[in-house]
Design a protein around this ligand. Structure first.
Ligand code: AP5
Length: 226
């Protein structure tokens, strides 16, 4: 099963991807996570990406496409994958389509998460993540209010992402509207788009998402291959 999750910053793509990994047994490929890891490790890609990420702009396509080519070539992506935060503009979408065509493995669906902006601002301002395992929490949710990670043995303090500061979030939302949101029409025209209301609780959104994905022919292929 090869799917793309798209939606505004903070709409819940990363949270839901982790649940889909458990449900379908295919990897999450998040360009945001891959770029943050490159920045933390100080790789050439990371050094070049950092300024754009800190200011809420898109990282140049050349870097993102380089990272995606490398990641999709890894063995675990052969059964399928969940693309989280990629593609983010038309050039990336076209490049992805060419790449998948060349290996005879086209996309099965693109799911758009719809959440209103007031909720997004609240979710992002409350987001904290663990510097150890990367798990995402939210100070507004009942089970995620702890300031420390309860999964890691040394219980590290949860951190706020630098690009989650208010001004940068505003920029990221603008970039989403101008460059990413138009992809909904692009994929709609290809018959691949599925839209879900992602405004409700995490569990409710997971139920909706899984119902949409289970209805795809790809879910039956995946189940038969397991
Ligand atoms: P990236 O990391 O992809 O950020 P994003 O798309 O802005 O998405 P977020 O990670 O902010 O949100 P999310 O939708 O995953 O929400 P989450 O599940 O965490 O990108 C960061 C930067 O990297 C970009 O700005 C750009 O510079 C660069 N980049 C990345 N990809 C690129 C590309 N392809 N091309 C160029 N540049 C690229 O949830 C948010 C919070 O809400 C959490 O606290 C969570 O616990 C909570 N939450 C989730 N769901 C719910 C719910 N249903 N109810 C209540 N709370 C919820």
């Amino acid at each position: 099963m090869r799917i793309v999750l798209m939606g505004a910053p903070g709409s819940g793509k990363g949270t839901q991807s982790q649940r889909l990994v458990e449900h379908f047994g295919i990897p999450q490929i998040s360009t945001g996570d891959l770029l943050r890891s490159a920045v933390a490790r100080g790789t050439e890609y990371g050094l070049r990406a950092k300024a754009a990420m800190d200011s809420g702009q898109l990282v140049v396509d050349e870097i993102v496409l380089g990272i995606i080519h490398e990641r999709l070539a890894e063995k675990d992506a052969a059964r399928g994958f969940i693309l989280d935060g990629f593609p983010r503009n038309l050039a990336q979408a076209n490049e992805l389509s060419k790449l998948l065509q060349s290996i005879g493995a086209p996309l099965d669906a693109v799911v758009l998460f719809e959440v209103d902006y007031a909720e997004i601002i609240k979710r992002i301002s409350g987001r904290r993540s663990c510097p150890g395992c990367g798990r995402v929490f939210n100070v507004y949710s009942t089970d995620g209010g702890a300031p420390r990670c309860d999964r890691c043995a040394d219980k590290p303090l949860l951190l706020q992402r630098k690009d989650d500061e208010e001004e940068t979030v505003r920029k990221r939302l603008d970039v989403y509207e101008q460059q990413t949101r138009p992809l909904a029409k692009h994929y709609g025209d290809k018959g691949l788009l599925r839209v879900i209301n992602a405004q409700d609780s995490v569990d409710e959104v997971t139920k909706r998402l899984i119902a949409v994905l289970e209805s795809l022919p790809a879910a039956k292929r995946l189940a038969a291959a397991s």
